[in-house]
Design a protein around this ligand. Structure first.
Ligand code: CA
Length: 532
């Protein structure tokens, strides 16, 4: 009887049975939808594949994702480039590597010459720093050969980059991933008539400035050469201030408290966020020094500076997690975290999203706390599981929307006790400790219907590996709408780089967004209001 019913009625079809021909079986054995090319590429760019997923080891997950990117580049390189540039320009992704890989794939393997050229043209914009350029070169080199286009494309970066920026690269990023600026220059042979640029390029290759070179933009290199001769932390610190040297321009053995103090002025906000622990370790950032504490708090919560420094919310979250531990990830050194700085990093996470307008609709924020969500690293942050990232993104919505409730689900629905006053850390801890059981993404809609809770906007934070339910999420949403008369909508926040989603892409009342995409909150608001 049940079997016959399920054939004629979707209401009787389990998640392990196909609802319609457009569905595909996920890694957990349930049938779900697949995201669009754009959606899947965005997931790859924003979430990365580090640490794999519960269902796929890191290597397999990475291969699956990069196979998709390869295939997409072969099929529609123009789309791949457009999406990549949108993500880069909007500072929507926490890590540059996925974008650099996609760009290398287009530059080296796109079938149309015009697409390959467009990728090379975009290189200076995507590889904004020397490190990024060297990462790109490692990818491009692995994809084979230094043909004419590759040599020209790389040469152009060195020919066109503003001279001061190039001089900074020369002292700051000498080598990464087995690639050095010198290797790149020997292969690419950039040509320039400009004496200053020639001097910088020569320094990059030989480590010396040509006789008589005295362009103003060479100052940072002159300072670096003097710092190599310095004999104390204090001398090096003085040179950093005098020449505007970043800390990387100073030999490691000279990097004491004076050098770190100087770096607070000469290095950017990204460096500051990554080195709060080091600043504590060398005795610069301590509870005793209120002035330094205040300066750090002010800088990491300065909305304009966060924007200018292209700080992604995940940079702030990572800094918060590492700094509050009081010891380095690799066990290097210890420090006493200053509570005010920890709180400021919490704020920085929210502020880095930019201003988010509330939709004002009644929200049910449903976090998938099933076992699979406790596996893998989101956005390449060690120890940041999809479960924790879901809680952090849930906090963004919870603090934005005046009318929102956070719950957790696996194969049933339960309160997590998360409130807007929770810190990110406590919200993540609550979500983690609630982890239980099998996955049924229909639970939020079923629960709200059963309890008579009014919801305009269901937001489900999940890896989309649903399988345990008696009905499909879309069917549960329809049943909820029918029962309550509320034209409720469903937003799915995807937290892994798979191709799966519970949102039916053909339906206007369901939306799939990418967790930790800085563009997601704005899109979610517009969708909740019915504007898109
Ligand atoms: Ca699961």
């Amino acid at each position: 009887m049940k079997n016959l019913l399920s054939v004629i009625s979707p209401k009787h079809r389990r998640q392990t049975e196909r609802l319609n021909a457009r569905q595909k079986r996920n890694n957990a054995g349930g049938f779900v939808y697949t995201v669009s090319d754009e959606g899947r590429l965005t997931r790859f760019l924003v979430l990365g594949t580090d640490g794999g997923t519960f269902y796929a080891a890191e290597r397999k997950h990475t291969v699956q994702a990069t196979d998709f990117v390869r295939e997409l580049v072969a099929r529609d390189a123009a789309l791949a480039l457009r999406v990549t540039l949108e993500v880069v320009r909007g500072n929507r992704a926490p890590k540059p590597d996925p974008a650099l890989l996609v760009l290398a794939l287009i530059a080296k393997t796109a079938p149309e010459a015009a697409d390959r050229k467009a990728a090379w043209d975009a290189l200076p914009e995507v590889a904004r720093t020397g490190t990024m350029l060297l990462h790109f070169l490692a990818f491009a080199d692995a994809l084979g050969g230094w043909g004419r286009l590759t040599r020209q494309g790389v040469a152009r970066v060195y020919e066109d980059a503003p001279l001061e920026k190039l001089a900074l690269w020369a002292v700051k990023y000498k080598a990464r991933d087995g690639w050095s600026q010198a290797d790149a220059l020997r292969k690419a042979h950039p040509k320039t008539e400009d004496a200053g640029r020639n001097a910088v390029l020569k320094f990059m290759v030989d480590g010396v400035l040509p006789e008589g070179a005295n362009d103003a933009s060479l100052r940072v290199i002159e300072g670096h050469l003097r710092a190599l001769e310095a004999t104390s932390d204090a001398d090096a610190a003085g040179l950093m201030t005098e020449y505007g040297l970043p800390i990387e321009a100073v030999p490691t053995h000279l990097r004491g408290s004076g050098v770190y103090r100087a770096a607070m002025q000469t290095n950017g906000l990204t460096w500051l966020l990554r080195n709060l622990g080091n600043l504590g370790r060398v005795g610069v950032l301590t509870v005793n020094d209120r002035e330094i504490v205040q300066e750090v708090v002010k800088r990491v919560t300065d909305v304009e500076a966060l924007k200018r420094g292209r700080i992604h919310p995940l940079d702030a979250l990572k800094a918060r997690l590492v700094y509050a531990q009081g010891r380095g990830v690799k066990g290097k050194g210890e420090w006493l975290p200053v509570p005010g700085v920890v709180d400021a990093l919490e704020d920085a996470f929210m502020l880095a999203f930019g201003s988010i307008k509330p939709a004002g609709t009644r929200h049910l924020l449903a976090l998938d706390v099933s076992g699979s969500m406790t596996w893998g690293n989101v956005g390449g942050v060690p120890g940041l599981t999809p479960n924790m990232a879901a809680a952090a993104m849930g906090m963004v919505a919870l603090r934005t929307e005046p009318d929102a409730l956070t719950m957790g689900f696996a194969d049933s629905f339960r309160p997590l006790g998360i409130t807007p006053k929770d810190t990110l850390e406590s919200a993540m801890r609550k979500a983690q400790s609630a982890s239980f059981g099998a996955t049924d993404c229909a639970q939020p809609m079923l629960w709200a219907a059963q309890q008579g809770v009014d919801v305009d906007t269901f937001v489900v934070y999940t890896d989309n590996e649903t399988w345990a339910g008696k009905v499909h999420p879309a069917v549960a949403l329809d049943a909820y709408r029918q029962k309550t008369g509320i034209s409720a909508r469903l937003i799915v926040v995807g937290l892994t780089s798979t191709e799966f989603t519970i949102a039916d892409p053909t339906r206007a009342d369901m939306l799939d967004v990418v967790g930790l995409d800085t563009a997601a909150p704005g899109v979610m608001t517009a969708f909740a209001r019915g504007e898109i």
